[in-house]
Design a protein around this ligand. Structure first.
Ligand SMILES: Cc1ncc(COP(=O)(O)O)c(C=O)c1O
Length: 446
């Protein structure tokens, strides 16, 4: 497997881009990342002509895979050919907004933006403006993009910026607590209840392993926020239009957040974000309200067309049946392999998300364990050992995962996400053969 072209490209990139990339995680591959030339179905082909089964799928946006169905491609190309954008409203924005409002139970109104980061930034500002409060509760290890209010680590007593360039005084308004920990959340509301504008959480942690919520956790979040007059914001940038189909993860869990942030799939592979929710809250955005929000590219017609065509295609075809079935096959296959070869490891994920977390300890017997990915089932023999929050995932064998296992998979032409924390995704472009070959590769590598 030659990588001469990728090496040369990385050499050039290092001279003109910080770390040689435009988003940090892409450089996590050592000694250098492969550069992608093009996609094909469920595969990518790199600059040296090597073909990989791709489970990264753009880090989530590519529900349909790399080869877009004809009607989706045609919709995008027609929009692009009519002039990229105008700085004036277009019908396609209304069409996509109506589609989302029709399918996502909590969304009565929506504002489109250009990235998941912009969505969470605006949602936090909206929550603060609406409630007149400053503090935001987030989950330790949850990721909500490259923004000041959420790049915060530590705990609720001692929050601090997780990046240089963020003033300590900003981070003091953000209170990180462990996911799945009701006592920690109660404590934070006892101490700060009247100052908390919102709890912001992914319904399933997708950026720090895949961590499933304990039974009743989201209902608990719904109750405690309502009790204190705080908002519940679900960050569905990853889970939106992936878990729970067109109703998103909130419909799967049966919990209605006040606000939801979207990104990734809602733009069909083009740059996108969105904030949806209760009309009386969303109306606080300018121009109807006083929470400033604007963007030159927001509601970009080409992006709106890509999003709408993708979601309509998913509504009219067996997209979710296909990706969820392959996801299930992968997780079941991995559970069997792990039981044989690495019984302390935990298979996680749901719907079309999957991951193997290299947890260090496991039960003596695996009999009766969750067969298709950890569900935090209290009766499962793995229950006490399965990661329940980001710290548990961090304590797993992250170096072995990245430095040894990832390369062994790549050598077998399987492209997994760049570290143990990022989720992996099944697309409509993947096939049963991709699943079989991937399971064989895991068998070799684990
Ligand atoms: C849950 C979640 N929120 C927000 C973001 C930020 O989105 P973007 O990278 O489009 O800014 C991400 C990105 O991966 C994410 O996973």
């Amino acid at each position: 497997m030659s990588d001469d072209n990728s090496r040369e490209l990385y050499d050039r990139a290092l001279s003109v881009m910080p770390g040689g990339v435009n988003s940090a995680v892409r450089a996590a591959i050592e000694p250098y990342p492969f550069f992608v030339r093009k996609g094909d179905g469920g595969h990518v082909i790199d600059a040296d002509g090597n073909r990989y089964i791709d489970w990264v799928m753009g880090l989530g946006p590519l529900l349909l895979g790399h080869t877009l169905p004809e009607q989706v491609q045609a919709g995008i190309q027609q929009r692009a050919s009519e002039g990229p954008m105008y700085g004036a409203p277009t019908e396609i924005e209304v069409d996509l907004a109506e589609f989302v409002v029709r399918h996502v139970p909590s969304v009565e109104k929506i504002r489109f933006v250009n990235s998941g980061t912009e969505a969470t930034t605006s949602a936090v500002r909206l929550a603060r403006g609406y409630t007149g409060r400053n503090k935001i509760v987030v989950m330790q290890g949850g990721y909500h993009g490259a923004q000041e209010s959420t790049l915060v680590e530590g705990d609720a007593e001692n929050p601090r910026p997780s990046s240089a360039g963020i003033p300590q005084s900003f981070s003091e308004h953000t209170l990180p607590v462990p996911f799945n920990d009701e006592d920690a959340m109660r404590a934070v509301f006892e101490d700060h209840g009247d100052d908390i504008a919102a709890v912001l959480t992914e319904p399933i942690l997708g950026n720090h392993g895949i961590v499933y919520p304990e039974d009743g956790y989201h209902e608990f979040l719904r109750e405690i926020t309502a009790e204190h007059g705080s908002l519940l914001i679900f960050d569905e940038v990853i889970t939106g239009f992936r878990v729970g189909g067109l109703g998103c993860a909130q419909s799967e869990f049966g919990v209605t957040p006040d606000l939801t942030t979207f990104g990734k799939i809602i733009g069909g592979g083009f740059p996108v974000g969105a904030i949806g929710g209760r009309a009386d809250i969303i109306e606080h955005f300018t121009p109807s309200g006083d929470v400033f929000q604007a963007g030159t590219f927001s509601g970009h017609p080409v992006t709106m067309a890509a999003g709408l065509e993708t979601l309509q295609f998913a509504a009219e075809n067996d997209v979710y049946g296909h990706v969820d079935r392959l996801g299930d096959r992968l997780r079941r296959g991995l559970t069997d392999i792990v039981a044989d070869q690495a019984p302390s490891y935990t298979v996680t994920g749901t719907a079309s998300m999957f991951k193997v977390i290299f947890t260090r300890d496991g039960p003596d017997s695996l009999e009766g364990q969750c067969e298709a990915g950890c569900r935090q089932d209290a009766d499962c023999p793995r229950y006490d050992y399965a990661p329940k929050n980001a710290a548990d995932v961090k304590n797993a064998e992250t170096e072995r995962w990245r430095r040894i296992f990832w390369g062994q998979m790549k050598d077998q032409d399987v492209f997994l996400s760049q570290n143990q924390f990022e989720c992996q995704f099944v697309s409509y472009g993947h096939t049963d053969e991709d699943v079989d070959r991937t399971l064989e590769a895991y068998k070799e590598a684990l």
